[in-house]
Ligand binder design. Structure first.
Ligand SMILES: *Cc1c(COP(=O)(O)O)cnc(C)c1O
Length: 388
């Protein structure tokens, strides 16, 4: 199909929830994508931080195909080798004790929030079910995670919401006030992605950890976007020197296949028991095989390269005319610019560069294995577009 044929079908039949850019990708290699007309693009978006090793990575692809040649799905009534291996890898690399698999970031967070309520109920009884999230956060589109998303714009039309879920500013007094003796958990993104690639203040996060520990409030790190090497460490919380009780991740974990994980550390390791939670597709063996390949490769050498590329890109970005501020961590980069981010993203697309937006910023989250030539080509386009 050519582009117009695809677009006409989508326009006629798709739920109208996406404001799509006028392009359809049919292939690619690494950080270079190809559209229906054969035009090439440098990819600074990685499918929203999903294609962690870019398009059609050979090692990842063969891990996935090997599993496809064995079996595509088994029910969670039975044991499953790729799932077991992935659990072990996640726990060995983080110190987590147990893992639950879902299919998305929202599901990973849904699991974390349910587990937090159960932890508190079993220990303290009713009246301590409050979940606190931060203003500007994004935690997903299910009703529980949407309620926890601290941005009013997402809440229009969908009330009534889940009770006892509140948002507070990222300062410790606001958190204490919101908790009011009724909180079982606080959920944070160390770098808020959707709302503009804002890294949380280290002192606040340390103070939050101390407050949560003192009051037996669970600290949940939503690493759906920041996770899996994106920020230059396996998970972003490592750079904050904290030990969360639950960590959730998704986006980059499967290297492009849908998988979410909820990691339970020692306090929460035995909270969920048989029947408390589940998922038909969660931990799908093909997705797990892809994720095993991703995690095995995210070693110290790979993470050092991510940090080096981050430094390289940030230095070049700061020198571009029209870039006011460069935010975020590692290869999760926000750019404050003096023009409309949406318009700049559209202009970049025309010239063959994919960038994302996040509120009033541009968001750059390239595949971690993006090459230097691709980085330079992408930056050249961005420079030209911002100048025009
Ligand atoms: C994308 C995202 C989610 C939601 O993930 P889905 O896979 O779309 O459900 C949750 N939290 C954060 C921080 C995200 O960036």
């Amino acid at each position: 199909m050519n582009f117009d044929q695809i677009k006409n079908l989508d326009d006629a039949y798709g739920a109208e929830v996406f404001a799509r850019f006028p392009v359809a990708f049919v292939g690619g290699k690494g950080a270079t994508l190809v559209d229906t007309e054969g035009k090439e693009y440098i990819d600074f978006g990685a499918g929203i931080a999903v294609n962690i090793f870019g398009a059609c990575d050979e090692g990842w692809k063969s891990a996935v195909i090997d599993q496809l040649n064995k079996i595509q799905h088994v029910s969670n009534y039975y044991y499953c080798e790729p799932q077991a291996k992935l659990m072990e890898l996640l726990c060995e690399k983080t110190g987590a004790r147990r893992v639950f698999f879902g299919n998305s970031g929202a599901e990973a967070n849904e699991c974390a929030l349910k587990a937090a309520r159960k932890y508190s109920f079993e220990k303290y009884g009713a009246g301590r079910s409050r979940i606190i999230s931060l203003n500007g956060s994004f935690h997903g589109r299910t009703l529980f995670t949407l309620t926890a998303t601290g941005q009013d714009s997402f809440h229009k039309y969908f009330d009534p919401f889940v009770p006892e879920v509140v948002s507070a500013d990222a300062n410790i007094n606001a958190i204490k006030k919101a908790a009011d003796g009724k909180a079982c958990a606080v959920i944070i993104e160390c770098v808020q992605g959707e709302s503009g690639v804002n890294a949380l203040d280290k002192n606040f996060v340390k103070a939050l950890e101390a407050y949560c520990k003192e009051n037996d409030i669970l600290l949940i790190c939503d690493e759906v976007q920041t996770g899996n090497g994106r920020t230059g460490t396996l998970y972003a919380y490592e750079q904050y020197g904290i030990s969360p009780d639950i960590v959730t991740t998704a986006k980059g974990l499967g290297g492009g296949l849908p998988i979410g994980a909820c990691l339970f550390f020692h306090k929460t390791e035995h909270v969920l028991t048989a029947g408390d939670h589940g998922s038909t597709f969660g931990g799908n063996p093909v997705c797990c095989a892809g994720a095993v390949n991703v995690l095995e490769r995210l070693d110290e050498e790979c993470l050092m390269e991510v940090r080096a590329k981050s430094e390289y890109m940030r230095t070049k970005l700061r020198a571009i005319d029209g870039v006011k501020e460069v935010t975020g961590l590692g290869l999760m980069i926000g750019l404050s610019i003096d023009k409309s981010p949406k318009e700049i993203a559209k202009a970049c697309l025309k010239k063959g560069l994919l960038v994302l937006t996040a509120h009033d910023r541009l968001r750059i989250v390239p595949p971690l294995n993006i090459g230097k030539t691709e980085i330079d080509e992408g930056l050249t386009i961005l420079r030209e577009v911002l100048k025009a």
